[in-house]
Design a protein around this ligand. Structure first.
Ligand SMILES: Cc1cc2nc3c(=O)[nH]c(=O)nc-3n(C[C@H](O)[C@H](O)[C@H](O)COP(=O)(O)OP(=O)(O)OC[C@H]3O[C@@H](n4cnc5c(N)ncnc54)[C@H](O)[C@@H]3O)c2cc1C
Length: 264
């Protein structure tokens, strides 16, 4: 991945509510990477635009069928500020405006984005193992994180896709080990099955979970019951530390990007 930005700030000051002003980009190319994954590379003035690390997310503003605009959350897949390029990957699962927009996307389309991307993943210095568990719409974040991990760390991921033709190559200095599962039952069920059947980590491990809201809660509950701590409460270096986030919610449009399951 072109290096994500970790510093640098505003161009043109902050807008309402302390938010940085949106940017208007133009789609440069659209690639169907797999049957259910569309990569969109957009170009424009990204001077001062920042993404705080691998897996950081931003808001995109896409047209709706009634002539309005919908805001949705996506992950920075690649960011090259010097070339003014931003690449996003859209899973094709939902019957919603962002998915429709990406499915029909073409060079020349406008793409409006939020003023920055936040929420990137930085492992603790004492972690020896990173375990990512997520579904297909979290794959852009998982790919970015896995590519960023240094050699010597044990990097693993369990990914649920709808079908195996949505597998992609995931690589990086840590030589990640990716296990692919296919959807069976409700979306995310195979992730839960995988977590329940794996031995509880014995070494300092950070577990990152990104999937459907209900399944995320069940995975979270299972690991907490075994002794894991949330990122907020973990203090011991030997802890298994949990980072959980709902990437979407069944029967809900534009589910909150702040849902970490802490209300459970
Ligand atoms: C931090 C974060 C980062 C994200 N990054 C990405 C990313 O890089 N790529 C990506 O593809 N998605 C990503 N998502 C998920 C994406 O925001 C949602 O899937 C979003 O709801 C899609 O918008 P939409 O307009 O197509 O559908 P919506 O209008 O939001 O939803 C329409 C219907 O589709 C269902 N739905 C929504 N998402 C899914 C899904 N994934 N699978 C099955 N049904 C679904 C909803 O329950 C609803 O019933 C991210 C989410 C978060 C919170």
């Amino acid at each position: 991945m072109t290096t994500p930005q970790t510093s640098g700030m505003t161009r043109g000051g902050r807008g309402r509510g302390g938010r940085l002003p949106r940017r208007r980009l133009t789609v440069a190319d659209v690639t169907r990477v797999t049957p259910r994954l569309v990569r969109v590379r957009a170009e424009g003035d990204l001077t001062g635009w920042t993404a705080d690390g691998p897996g950081a997310h931003l808001k995109v503003f896409v047209p709706t069928s009634d002539g309005g605009t919908a805001m949705r959350t996506y992950t920075v897949r690649e960011f090259a500020p010097d070339r003014g390029e931003l690449t996003l990957e859209f899973g094709i699962h939902a019957d919603g405006p962002a998915t429709r927009w990406a499915s029909a996307g073409a060079p020349g389309d406008p793409l409006e984005i939020s003023g920055q991307a936040r929420g990137g993943f930085f492992p603790r210095g004492d972690t020896s193992r990173i375990l990512l568990i997520g579904d297909h719409c979290a794959l852009p974040a998982m790919s970015s994180i896995l590519e960023s991990l240094p050699a010597g760390i044990r990097a693993e991921a369990v990914v649920e896709v709808v079908a195996l033709d949505d597998r992609i190559d995931v690589s990086g200095p840590a030589q990640p080990d990716v296990t692919w599962t296919t959807e069976s039952g409700r979306p995310g069920e195979q992730l839960l099955t995988a977590v329940r059947s794996m031995p509880y980590p014995q070494e300092p491990t950070e577990v990152w979970v990104g999937c459907e809201a209900g399944v995320m809660r069940e995975i979270r509950r299972h690991l907490l019951a075994q002794g894991a701590r949330t990122a907020r409460s973990a203090s011991s270096p030997s802890a298994v530390t949990l980072h959980t986030r709902a990437y979407w919610k069944l029967d809900t449009a534009n589910h909150s990007d702040h849902d970490t399951g802490e209300d459970d």
